[in-house]
Structure formats: C-alpha cells, structure tokens
Design a protein around this ligand. Structure first.
Ligand code: HEM
Length: 409
C-alpha cells in the first residue's frame, strides 16, 4: 500500500471532501500519531478515526476536556486583568469542565433543556420558519444558509434566552468569532479578535443580566440568574459564560445541519420526494444527515492517565483529536456508510458526542432541523440547486456550508 499522506486538516482538498482521507487512515492507521493541528502546540498528538475507539475515549473518564486533572497541583491564581478575555469567558463553559464542576453546571442546564421545553418551542420554530419562507416566496432564488438557516436558528436560541431582536445580528457576529477561535486554525489575529469579542460579549450580557435582575421575564437568562441566586449554585461569572456558550452552541451547528441536509436532498431528489409524501420520515432523515455531514467533525480530549487504544500506547498528557466525521462513516458499524438512507435504523452516530459531554441541545437541534427541512420542502415543491456552487466554510472542526444557492420556482 502507498505510504499515508500527511494528515493535514488545512489542506483545501481535505476540507472540500475529507471522507476519502478518513477512509485511508481508518484502514491503515486508525490511531494515528501525527502533527498537532494548531501550529505552535506540542506534545504527543493522536488522531482517532474508528468508531469504537472514538466512542471509547468519549466515555472513559481517563480522558477529558479540562487541563486541570493533568496538573500535579493547582496553578497559582491569575489576577483577572492578566487573563486573556477569551479563555476567561470559555473557562467556565460546561464543555470545558470536568466533574465536579461539570456535574453541577450540567444538572442545572438539564433542568432548562427538558424535552417538555423543546416541545413547547415547536410552534414558535414553525412560525419563525413560515415567516422567513413567506419573505422568500416572492423571489426566484435565495441562499439557504444566509436567508433561512442562520436567521431561523439564531432567532430561536435568542428568543429562548431573551435577547432582543435588534441585537440578533451582534450575536451572530460574536458567534462566528467564537467558531474561528475554537477551530483548529487559530492565528494571532483570530485570537486578538476573539479577545475583543469576549470583552464586548461579556459587557453586553452583563447589561442584559442587570435588566433581568430588576425586571425578571419568562426567559432562560432570568432562570439561570434565579439558579445563581439560590444558594450560589452558579456564580454570576458562570451565568455570563453559560449564556455566551448557549448563544453560540445553540445555532452555529444547527445551521450546518439544515444547510447540509438541504444539500443532501438536492443531490437525492428521490429522498426529497419521499419526505414530501411522508414528512414523518424526517425523524430518521435528520439523524442520517447528521451522520453523513457531521456539523462537528472533530473534538479533542487530554489523556489523564496512560492508556492503550487500538494497540497504541497513549501517555498521560497526550492530546487526542477524535474524528466524529470519520467514526460516523465507519463500515464496521454502518452498512454502506457513504450512502444516504433516510430510514436508517439503528443509527448510533456520534454527531452529538457520547458520555458526560453529550450535547445538551441535541433534542432542540433535531426538532429545529426537522421542522426547518419539512417546511422548506413543503413550501417549495420545485426546489433545486442554483448558482454559484455550494461553498464549504474555512473551519475544519465546525464543518458547514457558508453558501448554498437554490432556485425555488
Ligand atoms: C446539529 C446541531 C448540534 C450538533 C451537531 C452538536 C454537537 C455537539 C457535540 C459533538 C458535543 C460534544 C462535544 C464533546 O464531547 O467534545 C456537544 C456538546 C454541547 N452542545 Fe451541542 N450540538 C448541536 C446543537 C446544540 C444546541 C442547539 C445547543 C444548545 C441549545 C448545544 C449545546 C451544547 C452544549 C452546552 C454542549 C456541552 C455539553 C457538556 O459539556 O456537558 N448544542 N454538541
């Protein structure tokens, strides 16, 4: 067999179509020791391509997202003015924590994201989708990403938290900056922009929090503040960080589900026809879109202890990149993994992760994706690809379309 190429997540050909590269590594070197994805990082760096290995690491407490368990003693406290604003905001995100802080935050958030809360949101998501589609019905062409998926998911999460409509555009800009910083290609310019954004975003959220404290409303910010007030289960700084996390995580990835789902339906008119005739099939179709084009292609873990994975020795302190997008096309788990099967059952994809960090917003994302795609198919029976060609975004960990032109008449 020909030697493996360098695994380079910034190679434009890889970003345009990562799946053939995943296949080669999954077969030839599924636990691959490679070069760190972000220039400047060092230490042992592993890339995991197979489903079982990725699922194993996600569930095993010897691997985690916080650096703290790897330190022999806690680091000396850094005065607030010396902290980098971006990492200061991010450090209190649920996704960045391990137990016991993770357990405490997650228990509070789980109360806010029950199935009942999501079900109650359904009519509002349908109304928002209808409103946007009304606006698009007059024309002949539009961009699914900018004109439909983004405004729909942004409005949903902003309304849930209680962000005024006039400010949705700012939340979108801040979220795009967060995605750029959290992605693997992080330049100094991106980091500087991230620090400016974190200061502006925190100041903005503190203003909203101050308003809600004096005039509470039926929104999530008010509920989180109430939780913070009750026996200090959440600090004020945590409330601000969690709001930023939810506003970011609540739409960026769901946009990618809706736009990639639309692309798959444009490429498979037979599947679109089946869904138009039987919209209830959308339940399994959405899971299949998530499997085939996972909006989060990769996530990372630190090894807190030595471990052997796939016969390779991982050392305490090593970093691992788990390729969810590769695991989700592993032929050992999914028959004909590259084929779209909108009725696929079972479909135990890892697009929402596994273990303690399993996506908090999964029920909301699935509900939104299904409603958005069913409404789109119903409204435009002649929907087809437009010009220019679909374009994939520059980021790698967050993979999605930055543009998807369609014709609607
Ligand atoms: C299609 C849409 C979405 C996808 C593909 C997705 C994917 C993921 C993945 C893979 C993780 C786990 C990362 C890891 O273990 O390293 C995660 C965690 C998380 N997601 Fe999502 N997500 C989506 C939508 C949402 C929405 C709508 C929200 C909020 C409303 C949300 C909030 C979160 C939070 C808070 C976490 C961290 C949970 C924890 O650490 O316990 N996500 N998501």
């Amino acid at each position: 067999m020909a030697p493996l190429p360098l695994f380079d997540v910034f190679d434009p050909a890889f970003r345009a179509n990562p799946y053939p590269v995943y296949d080669r590594f999954r077969q030839a070197d599924p636990v691959h020791r490679g070069r760190p994805p972000t220039p400047g990082l060092d230490g042992g760096w592993w890339y995991l391509f197979g489903y079982d290995d990725v699922a194993y690491v996600l569930k095993d407490p010897r691997f985690g997202r916080s650096i703290a368990p790897m330190l022999d003693e806690p680091p000396p406290p850094v005065p607030p003015e010396e902290r980098e604003p971006f990492w200061d905001l991010y450090a209190r995100w649920t996704l960045a924590l391990e137990p016991p802080d993770h357990t405490r935050q997650r228990a509070l958030l789980n109360q806010a994201f029950t199935v009942r809360v999501v079900e109650a949101l359904r009519p509002r998501i349908e109304a928002l989708a209808a409103e946007l589609l009304d606006g698009l019905s007059g024309g002949e062409a539009f961009d699914v990403v900018a004109d439909y998926a983004f405004p729909l998911t942004l409005a949903t999460i902003c309304e849930l938290l209680g962000i005024p409509r006039d400010d949705h555009g700012r939340i979108k800009d801040w979220s795009l900056t967060i995605a750029a910083v959290l992605d693997y290609k992080r330049t100094w310019d991106v980091m500087a922009e991230g620090n400016r954004m974190a200061l502006d975003f925190s100041t903005y959220l503190r203003g909203i929090a101050a308003e809600r404290r004096t005039s509470p409303r039926a929104d999530l910010i008010t509920r989180l503040l109430a939780a913070a007030g009750a026996d200090d289960r959440l600090s004020e700084d945590e409330v601000i960080s969690l709001c930023a996390m939810l506003l970011f995580a609540g739409h960026e990835t769901t946009v990618n589900l809706i736009s990639a789902g639309t692309l798959l339906l444009l490429e498979h008119p037979d599947a679109a026809a089946r869904l138009r005739a039987e919209p209830a099939l959308m339940e399994t179709a959405v899971e299949e879109f998530l499997r085939l084009h996972s909006p989060i292609q990769a996530t990372s873990r630190y090894a807190y202890a030595d471990a052997v994975i796939g016969g390779r020795s991982i050392r305490r302190g090593d970093s691992l990149t788990l390729l969810l997008g590769s695991a989700n096309r592993d032929p050992a788990v999914f028959s004909e993994p590259d084929r779209l099967d909108i009725g696929r059952r079972p479909n135990r994809h890892l697009a929402f992760g596994r273990g303690i960090h399993f996506c908090l917003g999964a029920p909301l994302a699935v509900a939104q994706g299904g409603i958005a795609l069913n409404c789109l198919l119903e409204r435009f029976p002649r929907l087809r690809s437009g010009a220019p060609e679909p374009r994939w975004s520059e980021t790698f960990g967050f993979r999605g379309l930055s543009q998807l032109a369609v014709e609607s008449r």
